[in-house]
Design a protein around this ligand. Sequence first.
Ligand SMILES: Nc1ncnc2c1ncn2[C@@H]1O[C@H](COP(=O)(O)OP(=O)(O)OP(=O)(O)O)[C@@H](O)[C@H]1O
Length: 257
Amino acid sequence: MISTHKLYLSAGQRQLVSDLEWQVRQGECWSVIGRNGAGKSTLLRALAGLRAPDAGHVALDNRPLSEWPLAELARQRAFLAQSRSDAFAYSVIETVLSARHPYHDNRYWEDSDDHAIAIKSLEAMEVADLAARDVRTLSGGERQRVAIAAMLAQDTPLLLLDEPANALDLAHQVSVMGIVARLCREQGKTAVMIGHDLTLAHSVSSHALLLKGDGRWLAGTTADVMRADILSEYLGHPIEVIKHGKRSIFIPNEDTQ
Ligand SMILES: Nc1ncnc2c1ncn2[C@@H]1O[C@H](COP(=O)(O)OP(=O)(O)OP(=O)(O)O)[C@@H](O)[C@H]1O
């Protein structure tokens, strides 16, 4: 689905990602994990084609991103940014309908199918009752759910999500992450998402990419890479993993001895 080839990303003098050789296959759900500033958002933006690599390239379906026409790319991947600012008084429904533009090659206006898809996406995020509201009046969590609804309405095979659980209450964190996991499992969508909650990431992801922040990285199944010793090293803090039934709970060790 999406892959990186000898990919290098840097910020100023700092190498964030070095020689990343990474394959994300259809139906997989990846979490990108690392400390603040490790380069997670930078990598996600490079995967979305919003930031050029310093070296190497990203390929979508074996075709370098640079060779994809933008309109076609918008039908392949949707990107949820970490933060957004709303300068204009758009309504919630208008915001979600705008995600349908990649399907409007020869026309300006959306049709009833677009409306049905937009409403369904708002319902999935439990914000359909806010459809007529000005987006600037929403709470942080409501705005985040509307942004995810817009992403669902874009209906792309690949979902790139930068901290989707940001600003959400506990119940919505679990339901939003559950929706992404189900889209991968049941509809064959592919997801790459950034998150800091290791327990939640482990419960919904099939794979994880760890970034050390100095260029080093490790990719594999969650079983292979989300181990206490490896996570402790990559996150620079001792972490314990506790088994609770089928679940793994990740706890930062508070022992400062
Ligand atoms: N234009 C820039 N000039 C210099 N440094 C930059 C620039 N843009 C980003 N950086 C730095 O690049 C590093 C990686 O940023 P990035 O946003 O990818 O981190 P992140 O892993 O997503 O962090 P967080 O968990 O805090 O969201 C950070 O140290 C950031 O300060």
